[in-house]
Design a protein around this ligand. Structure first.
Ligand code: BTN
Length: 319
């Protein structure tokens, strides 16, 4: 309930919401609302209480320090080992180098990356304190060909978390991008080690553009941030908490209970590619096709103009 009130306040950040409005919206008493607000204030959220006006969330000076995160973390196992780095080349690289110190479920977070990496050898701009730059360390014990399903799972969880906190119309561009309009807001870089029959370790690297106020040069044409889209700052902590809870639930459903249907529903329903004409990019070549389905195993089925179809496991497509 505390988190639901927080989400509501974030959606109305800067303006007052009365205790009555919150209690009507959530179906709890005003006294319960007041108690939850007190608990949020104790957890460090700056919530102003105005006489007869209600509650207003003030812009947050947030850090992703473990103490702060752990006081609001509600997961059963995910991110219980938490590494916070002020500055690092890349959280994925750091997680590889510190392999032996990290257990299943560990979360490596950085305020800044100086050599953030994207897919296909690209770089990923990761400015200080303005985004969520993180790597999840997982040991799902799945065969290697299921690694792509974990990228889809992360995309579905982040989609739900961003929509939950901001209400923005986010789309998923298979296999690993989240966009608002045609501007990228989140990218996922999944790296697996192990053998064909069994993934030993999976590093799910995720970058979310949260509070950048502008982008420079070529990036401005393709990227945006939640803050730019919302025209107000967005809480990295609230977004991260919601993401971790959703990710943990999806992961347990899939790995422990072989239930992947909810992830598939999200990536299919919010796909920006399905039933669209697309280009499949192979080096310098672009081949016109139509995206027809995202399969259970996370692969994208495309049909070319000559009627041939192909299942793509990765690579690049454009709309
Ligand atoms: C892409 O869109 O190509 C993937 C971008 C992935 C960026 C994240 S930020 C945290 C983690 N560390 C990295 O160096 N990359 C990923």
């Amino acid at each position: 309930m505390k988190e639901t009130i927080l989400k509501l306040l974030f959606r109305h950040a800067g303006s007052y919401l009365s205790g009555q409005e919150i209690s009507d919206e959530l179906g709890v008493s005003r006294t319960a609302v007041w108690k939850h607000i007190k608990a949020l204030q104790a957890a460090g959220y700056q919530i102003e209480t105005g006489h007869r006006k209600g509650y207003r969330l003030l812009p947050q000076e947030e850090s992703l320090l473990p103490g702060e995160i752990k006081s609001v973390l509600k997961t059963r196992w995910l991110a219980h080992q938490l590494v916070h780095l002020e500055s690092v080349d890349s959280t994925n690289i750091w997680a590889k180098k510190h392999h032996h110190e990290l257990q299943h479920g560990a979360l490596v977070l950085a305020e800044e990356q100086t050599g953030g990496r994207g897919r296909l050898g690209r770089s990923w701009e990761s400015s200080k304190g303005e985004g969520i730059w993180m790597t999840l360390v997982l040991e799902p014990g799945l065969p290697m060909h299921d690694a792509g399903k974990m990228t889809q799972l992360a995309a579905a969880a982040m989609h739900q978390a961003i929509v939950g906190v901001t209400g923005l119309p986010v789309k998923i561009k298979w296999p690993n991008d989240l966009l608002v309009g045609d501007h990228k807001i989140c990218g996922i870089l999944t790296e697996a080690s192990g053998e064909l029959t069994r993934i030993e370790r999976l590093l799910v690297g995720i970058g979310v553009n949260v509070n950048q106020q502008a982008f420079s040069g070529e990036i401005a044409a393709v990227a945006t941030s939640l803050r730019i889209m919302m025209e107000q700052p967005v809480s990295r902590v609230a977004l991260l908490m919601l993401f971790l809870e959703i990710f943990e639930k999806c992961y347990d459903d899939y790995v422990l209970h072989q239930s992947y249907g909810a992830v598939l529903r999200v990536v299919r329903e919010h796909s920006m590619l399905l039933n669209q004409p697309i280009d499949v990019i192979r080096g310098d070549q672009r081949v016109a096709a139509r995206a027809v389905s995202i399969h259970e195993d996370g692969r994208l089925e495309v049909v070319y103009e000559d009627g041939q179809s192909e299942l793509l496991a990765g690579g690049e497509v454009s709309v």
